[in-house]
Design a protein around this ligand. Structure first.
Ligand code: B12
Length: 580
């Protein structure tokens, strides 16, 4: 949604009452009950939560592997290979995060014709069961399940297949599927699915990855902790299910990463799913990324040693910043992590935990104030506070920027609120932009330029950085928004009288999206430079590996200007300008 668009109403009269939706989900549990799978039978546990309590009692650090190739057969082979090879090496992979494709987020009937990203495409409950029966490890369905319009079908299939951790509430607040704007239907499907989970006899964990949610967008880390409290109130108090949190992508500094863990276990006693890898730190070649892997895993292993809360560690393969990882890379990362669980505890005696606990105290205090302000602030704005569906929709529509500005615990300053604990992602990108702008000669142009910018998917840090850099050069930004459809991006460029269009893309749709933008421009008779950056790759239609390939050359052939970085952006932007 463009930044200058009309702010949507927080309350929508067409939304059915939450109690009705939860009851509908509960009724569905009559016919949709937890099925069996090797993880439950071979380990004689009733649920993954039980397995987590057992491992915690044994002081064993559990391991999580994220996995998923477009083809389900290839994915099943990969799960078997990872679990089997690691077991031979004495490494236990406790759970697999199943990365469904974003087309799986639509209601069943729409999936066949939907654009595809890089994840797994499953057809029907049988495929879910084939995944859970691939190895005696817990299958975690945490992407494009809860939070998307296809939530009911997918949750039913996952439960029937024996899965006891289903996500991802965080994605409800931020993910938008191409050409899908019915957030009332998305909310109703999600709350009904949560009712179905709450009614199960077995303990099924509802998973929420905070970084998929607003944690990757708040400037104050205390607000991210506050979201834990708000989400827990909605899922546990108002719906009656158990909510397990995950965090990690954006937590690069060991001190705040460990402090966030300490704060989380003080406000949520439900076993955690996993601590996600610090993926944004992967900015080097594989050998360099091993240093980032070691840095965050050491912090997680030590924090879990001090505050065992059921989270598994998640060693992210060192090719993360290139593309989705392959099998050997996943096995190497798991082997690396297991070895590190033997080394890392040796650092405990020399660590000053008082620093970690002090920051945790600030996060808990600030988080509680934020959560109270959010819930009372929404009530003051007419949102029924006991209705989980209404609360969720209002939070989604308000968005992180308005929430932080209105309810943030930090003191007001001329430029928004002063964060109690500054989120690293924002500080890092601000510094990167300031540093780059300072190194550029002044932009000599006949009149002020306007660049219309938008993203193809939820990834908005690239856009954030490009906006900061362009504004630093005096260029005006026409913000077309996040996860914007090609036609809407072109319409916004026309409406704003832009001189160029800029696209930031990461989900493996770069070529088809660029094609669609050029087609929409032709239809409108618009001829503007199109700059495009991010991850310029896509899975070819006839691919047998299911791995995306680089499409930079094909994008250039379309007449767009691929940019690997800000320097290439400036060159591409000024190429048509008369020499200074
Ligand atoms: C942070 C992140 C996330 C965050 C995003 C938070 C947010 N709100 O922005 C979260 C956790 C939400 C996320 C979600 C997903 N992610 Co993600 N994510 C990343 C990660 C770690 C960093 C990307 C990033 O923002 N970098 C920061 C930017 C500033 O750095 P940069 O990319 O190097 O940018 C430079 C250039 O590219 C350029 N640039 C960038 N954009 C533009 C635009 C223009 C116009 C120009 C000129 C230049 C330019 O300028 C920058 C400076 O040089 C990458 C892996 C990695 N380390 O790169 C995976 C990654 C992009 N994600 C990936 C995937 C698959 C997903 C999910 C689909 C996973 C899932 N199944 O749910 C979802 C997306 C769902 C959706 N609805 O769209 C894959 C993409 C796979 C592929 N294409 O091959 C990656 C590569 C990880 C992987 N290896 O699997 N992700």
């Amino acid at each position: 949604m463009p930044a200058d668009a009309q702010v949507p109403a927080l309350v929508d009269p067409s939304l059915r009452p939450g109690a009705e939706l939860v009851a509908a989900g509960r009724a569905m549990a009559q016919s949709w009950r937890l099925g069996s799978c090797p993880f439950l039978t071979e380990n004689s546990v009733a649920s993954e939560a039980d397995w987590k309590r057992r491992a915690t009692a044994e002081k064993r650090i559990m391991q999580h592997a994220h996995i998923g190739f477009r083809d389900v057969n290839r994915t099943i082979e990969a799960i078997r290979a990872v679990h089997g090879t690691c077991a031979e090496r004495g490494v236990t992979v406790d759970r697999f995060g199943i990365t469904l494709d974003w087309s799986m987020g639509y209601p069943d009937a729409m999936r066949a014709n939907a654009s595809r990203g890089t994840g797994i495409v499953l057809t029907g409950p049988e495929d879910f069961a084939r995944i859970t029966h691939a190895a005696p490890a817990a299958a975690h369905f945490g992407d494009f399940m809860l939070g998307l319009p296809g939530a009911i079908e997918n949750t039913r299939a996952a439960i029937a297949a024996g899965a006891t951790a289903v996500g991802n509430l965080g994605q409800y607040f931020t993910f938008r599927l191409p050409y899908w704007d019915d957030d009332v239907a998305t909310t109703e499907a999600t709350v009904t699915a949560l009712g179905l989970i709450a009614a199960q006899e077995a303990e099924i964990l509802v998973h929420s990855n905070l970084d998929d949610g607003f944690a990757g967008l708040f400037v104050d880390m205390a607000c991210a902790l506050g979201m834990v409290i708000v989400e827990k109130h909605i899922v546990e108090d108002l719906i009656g299910a158990r909510l397990a949190h995950c965090y990690g992508h954006h937590f690069s500094d060991p001190l705040s990463r460990m402090a966030f863990h300490a704060a989380l276990v003080r406000v949520n006693d439900t076993p955690g799913t996993m601590i996600f890898g610090n993926t944004v730190a992967y900015q080097s070649a594989p050998a360099g990324n091993y240093a980032s892997l070691a840095s965050y895993l050491t912090a997680d292993i030590l924090a879990l040693g001090r505050w065992p809360a059921g989270h598994a560690i998640n060693p992210v393969p060192v090719t993360e910043n290139q593309r989705i990882p392959d099998v050997d890379e996943i096995i190497d990362a798991q082997t690396f992590a297991h070895r590190l669980t033997l080394h890392a505890p040796c650092y405990d005696p020399i660590l000053d935990w008082t620093k970690v606990e002090a920051m945790a105290g600030v996060l808990v205090n600030g988080g509680r104030r934020f959560a109270e302000a959010v819930l009372s602030g929404l009530e003051e704005r007419g949102v029924p506070s006991a209705d989980p569906a209404a609360l969720m929709l209002a939070i989604r529509r308000m968005g992180p920027k308005r929430m932080e500005a209105l309810f943030g615990p930090g003191t007001e300053s001329g430029r928004g609120r002063r964060p109690l604990i500054h989120a690293e992602w924002a500080r890092e990108l601000n510094e990167k932009a300031e540093h780059w702008v300072a190194a550029q000669p002044p932009l000599v142009v006949p009149r002020r330029l306007t660049v219309c910018i938008g993203t193809t998917d939820v990834h908005e840090h690239g856009k954030y950085l490009v906006e900061q850099a362009l504004e630093g050069l005096g260029v005006a930004i026409a913000d077309a928004g996040v996860a914007v459809d090609p036609e809407a991006l072109v319409a916004h460029a026309i409406a704003s009288g832009a001189d160029a269009i800029a696209i930031s893309t990461y989900n493996g749709v770069a070529l088809s999206y660029a094609r669609a933008v050029k087609a929409a421009m032709r239809k409108q008779g618009l001829a503007l430079p199109v700059l495009i950056g991010g991850r310029l790759n896509e899975v070819p239609r006839d691919s047998n590996s299911g791995l995306p390939v680089d499409v930079t050359r094909e994008i250039a052939t379309l007449g767009c200007r691929p940019c690997a970085d800000l320097d290439q952006m400036l060159a591409a932007l000024t190429i048509d300008l008369p020499a200074a």
